[in-house]
Write a protein that binds this ligand. Structure first.
Ligand SMILES: Nc1ncnc2c1ncn2[C@@H]1O[C@H](COP(=O)(O)OP(=O)(O)O)[C@@H](O)[C@H]1O
Ligand SMILES: [Mg+2]
Length: 252
């Protein structure tokens, strides 16, 4: 396995204001293979978002090491794409311009880049909507635009923090399917946070369970690819969900 993203014994505490400061991330080691899809699950407040921010260089660890493709991570870089829980689109830009924003911020958009953005919109079922504005889209469509924007530069590493948490179940499963296909076709490595156990099992080839700042359980999801909707109703799938549920219910 080629290690792509590596976190080794990472620790982090938010600066306190006089009170006792507890580590929010406590000695976490996590390795994501090239092209791997890694899900991080855990209850609210256990440190998932903080860990993602550390991995992406948005926060600096107090100790431990983080490297992407063997290079220490000191800040966000163009090899990384981000999707957060709220799509954070700019309401005054069209769908196409929102997708092209990461490119437009660094200079003039080339024709080939517009074509790439249109191809992504096509793959995400938004082919007919490049000229719409975000308030004219449903929540699911806005999430799709955010995914297209994160992938427009074809970043080898994608960070996603509960991107589908506010969507209905059917829209969510459609987006899961599209995301898997896109990451597969681009060879993207993914760190995906969710608190939805079934979502983690469906998407991931590895799941880590986080509790109170530590990774308390690891699961290699050896289910067949491509993942197909019928998988969700199999005994194999449910056995993995049950294992993770038990790990989340256990003490850290
Ligand atoms: N900016 C901050 N300053 C102080 N404490 C924070 C800050 N952000 C998060 N925390 C605390 O760190 C812990 C982990 O937060 P977070 O990583 O957002 O958890 P999760 O994403 O799993 O819900 C929580 O107890 C939260 O209150
Ligand atoms: Mg969070």
């Amino acid at each position: 396995m080629t290690r792509f993203l590596e976190l080794d014994d990472v620790r982090y505490a938010f600066p306190g204001r006089g009170e006792v400061v507890l580590d929010v991330v406590r000695g976490v080691s996590l390795h994501i293979a090239h092209g791997g899809f890694h899900c991080l699950i855990g209850r609210s407040g256990c440190g998932k978002t903080t860990l993602l921010k550390l991995a992406a260089g948005l926060l600096q660890p107090h100790s431990g090491a983080i490297a992407l493709q063997g290079v220490p991570v000191t800040g966000p870089n163009p090899d990384m794409g981000f999707v957060f829980q709220t799509p954070t689109l700019l309401d005054w830009l069209t769908v196409l311009d929102n997708v092209l924003l990461p490119i437009a911020l660094h200079g003039k958009v080339q024709a080939a880049q517009s074509e790439k953005a249109m191809a992504l919109l096509d793959q995400l079922g938004l082919k007919d909507m490049p000229s719409r504005y975000p308030p004219q889209l449903s929540g699911g469509q806005q999430s799709r635009v955010a995914i297209a924007r994160a992938l427009v530069n074809a970043p080898p590493m994608l960070f996603m923090d509960e991107p589908f948490a506010s969507l209905d179940a059917i829209t969510r499963s459609e987006l899961q399917q599209d995301l898997l296909a896109l990451c597969q076709s681009q060879g993207t490595s993914v760190l995906f946070i969710t608190h939805d156990i079934a979502e983690a099992v469906y998407l991931a080839d590895h799941v880590s369970v986080m509790q109170a700042g530590v990774l308390c359980h690891q699961l290699a999801v050896d289910l067949p690819h491509p993942r197909l909707p019928a998988l969700r109703y199999t005994a194999d799938f449910n056995a993995r969900c049950a294992e993770l549920r038990q790990a989340m219910d256990g003490s850290p």
